[in-house]
Design a protein around this ligand. Structure first.
Ligand SMILES: NC(=O)c1ccc[n+]([C@@H]2O[C@H](COP(=O)([O-])OP(=O)(O)OC[C@H]3O[C@@H](n4cnc5c(N)ncnc54)[C@H](OP(=O)(O)O)[C@@H]3O)[C@@H](O)[C@H]2O)c1
Length: 244
């Protein structure tokens, strides 16, 4: 049996990684700001963080927030892991963090560098957006009388359960460095995904493509966040919506 710490183990991805690993008989510690006995704000660190990493065979870092602080959180985590001589740190990142100049992506790219330079054994997996995130975005837009969507932007959403399977597998293996990206099965325009969502939910809304300004938008429009050559995901957005 292996002992693994999953940071963000209560989140969309982390919860499934935790389930997988426990299902295979491993001991899993879950760390997040609200999950006792390892309730830690990684941006602050502290003695509970040291207790959480003590004696683990691997650490899967899923905790993150687009609201800022991921870099400090990663530094605190890495320092605790170094003190405890953790053999393997696995980090989940996003396809295109080095291509799309978008604040959250830049922070994730910086975290990749912290992980890679940590001196610990490490593995980094980048994936495209989860279906869950696309749905969240579309639900927010559907609150308006007209759905405004970024013109010309495509997405390649992936089933989070498949990402969890891969992450659990990586956590149980040896440090592998940057592994092959995982992309969802289809690259589709946001307008197309929105129509699929409207059909599945029985809602009626006009879809409006809105051109935006800025470097990040240009990079998204150019597909910097896509991995068409790595369309290894199986579950489609339709299948995800049908299951809900
Ligand atoms: N969503 C996507 O489409 C996507 C695609 C590719 C990669 N990823 C990456 O996958 C990871 C997980 O994403 P997700 O969508 O599953 O996230 P999520 O559902 O928002 O979960 C985030 C988790 O992190 C914890 N957390 C947040 N801030 C924390 C802090 N300062 N200290 C300790 N714990 C903290 C949260 O719990 P508490 O609130 O209790 O702290 C929660 O368990 C992230 O690194 C994300 O960048 C996501």
């Amino acid at each position: 049996m292996t002992t693994i710490l999953v940071t963000g183990g209560t989140g969309t991805l982390g919860r499934l990684v935790t389930q997988r690993l426990r299902g295979e008989g491993h001991e899993v510690r879950v760390l997040s700001r609200h999950s006792e006995p390892y309730a830690v704000d990684l941006r602050r660190g502290g003695p509970t963080l040291d207790r959480a990493v003590d004696g683990v065979d691997a650490l899967v870092h899923c905790a993150s927030t687009p609201r800022g602080g991921d870099e400090q959180a990663a530094r605190n985590l890495v320092e605790a892991a170094q003190r405890a001589a953790v053999p393997h740190l696995v980090y989940i990142s996003i396809v295109g963090v080095d291509r799309v100049p978008f604040g959250y992506y830049e922070a994730k790219h910086a975290v990749e560098k912290i992980v890679e330079g940590s001196g610990l054994g490490w593995t980094v997996l980048r994936t495209t957006q989860f279906h869950d995130l696309v749905l969240q975005v579309l639900e927010a837009f559907a609150k308006l009388p007209v759905m405004p969507l970024p013109a010309g932007v495509r997405d390649q959403p992936i089933e989070v359960a498949e990402v969890a399977d891969r992450l659990a597998e990586l956590a149980l293996g040896s440090p592998a460095g940057r592994v092959a990206d995982m992309g969802g099965p289809e690259v589709r325009t946001f307008a197309d995904l929105a129509r699929t969502y409207l059909k599945a939910t029985g809602k009626r809304r006009p879809v409006l493509s809105v051109p935006l300004a800025g470097k990040a938008y240009r990079a998204f429009r150019e597909g910097g966040h896509l991995a068409p050559g790595q369309a290894v995901g199986k579950g489609t957005f339709e299948e995800y919506l049908a299951r809900r």
